[in-house]
Write a protein that binds this ligand. Structure first.
Ligand SMILES: [Zn+2]
Length: 126
């Protein structure tokens, strides 16, 4: 069982950032600065967001999970699928998962939330 704790939502920051962009206070190039690694990761490991990009309204907006933690060894700071994350948890690892929104079209990217995941122990006793 995957247990989540210490979740931090960054949706307010996202809304504020987008508001500042619409008001002309932030340049689009400062919002749309996803690097090559992030865009590539979004294509290979990302899932469709299910809603359009808030900047360019592109339909290819992706959700990518990045994992961080000493217990992950060299897998730390890499993009992972939810299946891989569940496998790490099943191995007993505790680590942080960052959920990042990435638009491969305009390179908009934003951290949506971060959470600690850990193995809560099997619940299928008996
Ligand atoms: Zn976009």
């Amino acid at each position: 069982m995957m247990q989540r704790s210490g979740e931090i939502s960054h949706r307010l920051t996202r809304a504020r950032t987008l508001g500042q962009w619409r008001a002309g206070a932030i340049a689009r190039r400062d919002l749309c600065d996803a690097d090559f690694i992030l865009v590539t990761a979004s294509r290979f490991h990302g899932n469709p967001a299910g809603y359009p990009c808030p900047v360019c309204e592109g339909k290819d907006l992706r959700i990518v999970y990045w994992v961080y933690g000493d217990e992950l060894g060299k897998a730390s700071s890499t993009a992972r699928s939810m299946e891989e994350i569940e496998a790490f948890v099943a191995e007993g690892k505790t680590f942080r998962v960052h959920t990042v929104e990435v638009c491969p079209s305009c390179r908009w990217n934003h951290l949506l939330s971060e959470v600690t995941v850990t193995n809560g122990g099997a619940s299928d006793g008996g």
